[in-house]
Design a protein around this ligand. Structure first.
Ligand SMILES: [Zn+2]
Length: 87
């Protein structure tokens, strides 16, 4: 089990909050956003720190999506931003 220690924002010296935020990933001008992902968020500037587990889990989905997006990009009038909703 993980410990319950709450990370502190080094920049603002504030305890971070475990809350839903949007995971964002950019590559080759394509942005992938995954809303409603839990992360430690700084109450001052809203900067999110995703846990390694979350990133490991999401990166597989995001990579698949980027491959699809890159293929789509070779066609004209394709979107360059993708939003994924995971339930
Ligand atoms: Zn901060």
């Amino acid at each position: 089990m993980k410990s319950n220690s709450i990370p502190t924002c080094v920049e603002h010296s504030q305890p971070k909050q475990w809350q839903l935020t949007t995971f964002e990933y950019d590559e080759d001008g394509i942005t992938v956003r995954v809303p409603n992902i839990y992360a430690w968020v700084c109450p001052e500037n809203g900067e999110a720190s995703f846990t390694a587990e979350t990133v490991d889990e999401l990166i597989l989905t995001v990579r698949d999506l980027l491959e699809t997006a890159k293929r789509a990009k070779s066609r004209r009038a394709s979107p360059n931003e993708f939003i994924v909703t995971l339930n």
